[in-house]
Design a protein around this ligand. Structure first.
Ligand code: THU
Length: 126
C-alpha cells in the first residue's frame, strides 16, 4: 500500500508521545511516531529504569506497537523530544527501524527526509 506521508502529523504525534515518557534518570523525554504499511500511526516513548543501561528507547516501545497493531512494517518515522527538538535514533534503534521498516523506510533527519540506507549504511542483515 502506498500512503502519502503527513510529516507534520508524524512530528506532532512524536512530541505528544514524548509527554508520556518515563525518564526520571536522564530527564530527556523522547517520542517516536511512525506511519505503518497499514496506513496507521503508531507511537512510542522512552521508558527508563534504575539499571540505566537497560532503558527502553522510544523506538523500542514503538516497535512493540507496530507488532501489536498487526501492521508489517514502518514506512516513515519521526523522533522528537518533549520540547519538539528533532532527535536521531541511536545505533541500536536504527537497526530496529531497518529491520522493521526495510531499507526504503523514511526517517526525518536534520538533513531532511532520508531512507534507512542513508542513515544506516551497510546494515547488518541476516
Ligand atoms: N533514547 C531514545 O528514546 N531513543 C534513542 O534513539 C536514543 C536514546 C532515550 C533513552 C534514554 O531514556 C534517553 O533517551 C537518554 O539517553
Amino acid at each position: 500500500m502506498t500512503t502519502a506521508v503527513d510529516w507534520d502529523a508524524l512530528r506532532d504525534a512524536a512530541v505528544q508521545a514524548a509527554a508520556k515518557a518515563y525518564a526520571p534518570y536522564s530527564g530527556l523525554q523522547v517520542g517516536a511516531a511512525a506511519l505503518t504499511d497499514s496506513g496507521e500511526v503508531v507511537v512510542g516513548c522512552n521508558v527508563e529504569n534504575g539499571s540505566y543501561g537497560l532503558t527502553l528507547c522510544a523506538e523500542c516501545t514503538m516497535a512493540g506497537q507496530l507488532r501489536l497493531s498487526g501492521a508489517q512494517r514502518f514506512v516513515a518515522v519521526a523522533c522528537r523530544s518533549g520540547t519538539g527538538q528533532l532527535l536521531m535514533p541511536c545505533g541500536r534503534c536504527r537497526q530496529l527501524l531497518h529491520e522493521l521498516g526495510g531499507p526504503d523506510c523514511l526517517l526525518d533527519t536534520p538533513r531532511g527526509v532520508l531512507d534507512m540506507r542513508q542513515v544506516l549504511p551497510d546494515a547488518f542483515e541476516l
